[in-house]
Design a binder for this molecule. Structure first.
Ligand code: MD3
Ligand code: FE
Length: 206
């Protein structure tokens, strides 16, 4: 959708509202990924369990356990490589990054997050990637959620942006180091996903 409006929500953070429509094909592709690499709730170094369930596709997958956060080539659950990144995923990430001001983005990792009502993501920054010059592209699917943007520190009141099915957020440059999170998902029904929200996070890990 080349006609998408690019809405700057913070310096070097761009919201492409409704960029993906319909999202049904993405949901179908997520189903095929999860058939090979099931969703799981990861442990954190602090000993907690994340409320968001995750899986990955592409050469590198993000993983967390008692030992820390890192990218792995093999799914620790199955011992197999992560499912390949579907060509339409890579194309979507590349085109969205360009619209957000970051041409030439070739992701090698796609983290798939699955939120049930009550699931949330606390303030953090994405910092496990080797080269911080690459942007990050996030695609929201299904139930709406409140994105929280804290910026340079996790203190203070975040900027709140409601993200809905088909919305894409691109951030890079100085915003690459920004703290962000997702507010607790509210219950609801969405035609594409039922009672769920998915988020695809495209990154260049290595
Ligand atoms: C830009 N995932 O997996 S993308 C992650 O919805 C992660 O699952 C989030 O953060 C998710 O590491 C969202 C990141 C994000 C969050 C809030 C923002 C980007 C933002 C708020 C404003 C601008
Ligand atoms: Fe993040």
């Amino acid at each position: 959708m080349a006609e998408t409006t690019a809405i700057p929500i913070a310096p070097e953070v761009t919201l492409l509202r409704g960029h993906v429509a319909p999202t049904g094909p993405l949901v179908a592709a997520i189903g095929r990924i999860a058939a090979q690499a099931p969703f799981r709730q990861l442990s954190t170094p602090g000993g907690g369990t994340m409320s968001v369930a995750m899986t990955n596709c592409g050469p590198w997958g993000w993983h967390s356990d008692r030992r820390g956060y890192r990218y792995v080539e093999l799914d620790p659950l199955t011992g197999a490589r992560w499912p390949p990144m579907p060509a339409p995923f890579a194309r979507l990430a590349r085109e969205a990054a360009a619209l957000g001001g970051f041409p030439g983005f070739e992701p090698d990792a796609c983290l798939v997050n699955r939120y049930v009502p009550g699931a949330q993501m606390g303030a953090h920054r994405d910092w496990d990637e080797l080269d911080k010059r690459f942007p990050i592209v996030s695609v929201s699917i299904g139930l709406p959620a409140a994105f929280l943007w804290y910026g340079a520190t996790r203190r203070g009141r975040p900027l709140v942006t409601l993200v809905e099915d088909g919305d894409v957020v691109v951030w890079g440059g100085g915003a690459r180091a920004g703290f962000h999170g997702v507010r607790k998902l509210q219950a609801g029904e969405h035609p594409a996903t039922g009672a769920l929200r998915y988020n695809l996070t495209f990154r260049r890990a290595k």
